[in-house]
Design a protein around this ligand. Sequence first.
Ligand SMILES: NC(=O)C1=CN([C@@H]2O[C@H](COP(=O)(O)OP(=O)(O)OC[C@H]3O[C@@H](n4cnc5c(N)ncnc54)[C@H](O)[C@@H]3O)[C@@H](O)[C@H]2O)C=CC1
Ligand SMILES: CCCCC/C=C\C=C\C(=O)C/C=C\C/C=C\CCCC(=O)O
Length: 261
Amino acid sequence: MSLNGKVALVTGGAQGIGRAVVQSLLQSSAKVAVVDLNKTCGEESKAQLDAEFGEGNCNFIPCDVSNGDALRDAFQRTVEQFGRLDIVINNAGINNEKNWEKTIQVNLTSVIKGTYLALEHMSKEYGKEGGTIINVSSMAAFLHSPHQPVYTATKHGVIGFTRAMADASSQGDYGVRINVLCPAFVDTPLLHSVEHEDNMGKFVKFKDDFKRSMNKFGVLQPALIAEGMMRLIVDSTLNGAVMKITCSKGIHFHTYEPMSA
Ligand SMILES: NC(=O)C1=CN([C@@H]2O[C@H](COP(=O)(O)OP(=O)(O)OC[C@H]3O[C@@H](n4cnc5c(N)ncnc54)[C@H](O)[C@@H]3O)[C@@H](O)[C@H]2O)C=CC1
Ligand SMILES: CCCCC/C=C\C=C\C(=O)C/C=C\C/C=C\CCCC(=O)O
């Protein structure tokens, strides 16, 4: 699939799932802005991507997505450098039950802000040409993981917000498709957060339960999540879709009962 001439912005793109998605976007000839808090990882990643795909196709923008002004600047810089914006992946996320207010800021508030900023740059409402937004939730939104209550709440929130905005987009003719992706466990640094009291707070005593759960359900590779993401990006029929990716069923979609009258 070619995304030649398209410009993407990926939050949390310096490592893990975001890094794999950036790689797939560059392979499809898109230009990509990597927006991430981690400067070391972001700069290392950009150097590797420049070597593989050539300079000028990807830029790294250091930014804490929970800082609204910094996030706004990151969108502005992307458009200034690449001239347009077509694809926004709100992927940055943390697993922190101890500092649970921060988890809400990063996983939910920043996804909402990222979606609104994306619309300012892509929606026909603002005189732009349209585009696509993908917000990253988690299978935690379906599993109700007992030792991650706030993480689970944020991931529920991402699904509800995204589906509501998808309806707003189709009713308001924004020309922007808005979908959500829910991976099961993925082999990234985030999974190691279960080991640390700083992340899990009082739930750290359940770390062996977490590991049993990972053994039971299995752990996916980031490349499969990137494959699902690319399907959401290119399939022009999808809006308000909830893609799930699990070891047992692979890439599939959640189905909802139709609303009763
Ligand atoms: N790894 C997993 O098992 C699963 C992860 N997810 C979700 O996928 C998304 C990506 O997670 P992973 O790649 O696994 O995590 P990760 O920890 O490997 O990577 C997350 C990236 O986001 C960046 N980031 C964190 N806070 C940020 C902030 N405030 N501002 C800017 N960048 C920030 C980090 O620096 C890092 O580069 C998250 O939303 C996570 O909740 C969903 C389901 C499963
Ligand atoms: C049990 C919780 C472990 C916590 C590990 C740390 C972070 C995990 C982040 C996630 O987003 C994943 C959380 C839960 C869902 C995972 C798997 C469900 C699989 C369901 C299935 O295969 O049917």
